[in-house]
Structure formats: C-alpha cells, structure tokens
Design a protein around this ligand. Sequence first.
Ligand code: ATP
Ligand code: MG
Length: 312
Amino acid sequence: MALLKLDKVTKFFGDFKAVDNVSLDIERGEFFVLLGKSGSGKTTILRLIAGLEKVSSGKIFIDGEDVTDLPPNKRDVGMVFQNYALYPNKTVRENLLVPLENSKMKKEDKEALIQDIAKNLEISQLLDRYPSQLSGGQQQRVAIAKALVKRPKVMLMDEPLSNLDAQLRLSARRFIKKVQREYNITTVYVTHDQSEALAMADRIGVIDKGMLLQVGEPEDVYYNPMNERVASIVGNPPMSFVNIDGKKVGVRPEDVILGDGPYKALVSDCEFWGSYYLVYLDYNGSELKAFSSKRVKEGSDINFRIVSYREF
Ligand SMILES: Nc1ncnc2c1ncn2[C@@H]1O[C@H](COP(=O)(O)OP(=O)(O)OP(=O)(O)O)[C@@H](O)[C@H]1O
Ligand SMILES: [Mg+2]
C-alpha cells in the first residue's frame, strides 16, 4: 500500500467546496508536488493530511493506518509552513530540540542527530545563534531541520521558499531535495510555481478549484497535459491556444519556429528573457507565443512553422 493515501477526500467550508473528491496514492520516499493557483485548495489538503482540519468526507491513510480521525500529534507528520515559526528567544540548537522534548532519546543521541541534520542543511555553524541573527535562507533551512528532527513518516511543506529571493530559492531547492533523499522522507510539497514543481518533483499533482486534474511525472504533465486547464498551469509561459488548420490546439513556445514556414503572423511584442526572446504573435486575432534566439521587430510580419502541438 502507498505510504500516504487519500481516498475520495472532500472538504467543505460552509457550503464552499475547497477540496473536491481527491484520491491520491503517494509512495514511500516519494517527493510529490501539489501544483495549483492561489486558492486552489493546496494548503487545505496539507492541513487535512496533518490533521489540522477535519475532512467532510473521505479517508486518509498513513502507512496503512486509517488516520482520518486521529489528532495531529498521533499522525507522525512534520510540517514546514510558509512563515516558518522559530522561537525568537531560543538558539537554533534549542529550537531544534523542541520537537524532541518528549522523546526518550539520550541527550548525546539528540545532539548527534541535530549535528547530522545541521550538516546536511549547512547550518552547523549557526547552532548557537538566535533566529534574528540569521538570513531568511538560513532561517528557512533551520525550519526544515526542525521539521526533520522527529524523522516523520510524512513531511508536508507549504510553499516554504516563497519568502526567499530568486537565487536563494534555487539553492534552497537543492537542499530540500538533498535531505529528502538522504533521509528518504515521503514528502508532499506545495507550490504555485510551476518551474519549482517541474524541477523538484518525482510526480506532480495539478490541482484547480479543489479538484485534482492530473497526476504524473514532470515530463508527462508538461508534454501531455490532460486538458487546457492543466496546460494553462504548467509551462512558463503557458501554452498558447490557437486555431491551426481548422483545429483549436495548444502550442508550447519552443515548438513555434520563426523565420519561415506556412503561417504568417504579426509581431505584437518581443521581450528579452536572458538566454532567448519571448515573442508575442498575433495570428488571426489569437495570441501565439514563441521563443526566438534573435530579437524580432515589433509591428513586422513574420512567417513561422509549428513542429508540434497538442489537441484537446
Ligand atoms: N477556514 C476557512 N474557511 C473558509 N474558507 C476557507 C478556509 N480556509 C480556506 N478557505 C478557502 O478555501 C479555498 C482554498 O484555500 P487554500 O488555502 O487551500 O488555497 P491555496 O491553494 O493554499 O492558495 P494559496 O496559493 O493562495 O496559498 C480558498 O478559496 C479559501 O478562501
Ligand atoms: Mg496556501
């Protein structure tokens, strides 16, 4: 059986359905990413798994055990929130000891465990500092360490990188993946950032309006989105939807080749994205996005071809 199983889980807040009949099997050691727009129900799903919120219907199993009616502290789940709560008047080491307060572990074993996790997250030098003496990225790594010290069966992470700048986010991704692999902790990671999801996940679950639309490996979700809703969530920028040869199709920007080809469009905008340009085309009144290695002139006509598209 999967390590974490959601069976037809639904959650109402009053008459608003925030989570709609979600079934999901997450395997032991898997890094599973829930991807969806703001308000799609991601945090609610994590809170249901953690036991911080009660399901309206459906069941949740962890390692074969029905935990649907168990309180949070009986579920063996660790959670990292978007606003990582560290105790300001405790040092990093003291913060990391808090989750072990009721543990029967010997003092030296606790210290050894903290040293090991701290080493993995590169916070060994910071153990005697207070949270206010740490950068945002360091605080965030301490919060992850804190969720890890209890070695939970399931780790839940709710947009843990959203407070960090772009560069720190990149390095923090690597830390999270590294410790997740090192301790083989089954993880559900929530983000609205499709590039983060594609980069980090073993599998992605795409969620919209409380419904789980598609579950698959990153390449699968990217190249074979099940419908337009998924296609509009995954990809930066997302697919364009245009009428080509009488069919309304989804086209990824890298599949539009500018310069020659059977179709003609008007260049409405051209943005420099660093290693390439993103070109906005007006094709028979629809917007079509294309990548280009060269700048093209706004207002000019351009020919193009399409190497691949997806019909819905
Ligand atoms: N306690 C609550 N009472 C009423 N409605 C709620 C409650 N918690 C969440 N909701 C609603 O449920 C929906 C899903 O909320 P949720 O926090 O799960 O979204 P999310 O995907 O995590 O969004 P974000 O990316 O903005 O964090 C939203 O429409 C939200 O307003
Ligand atoms: Mg949320």
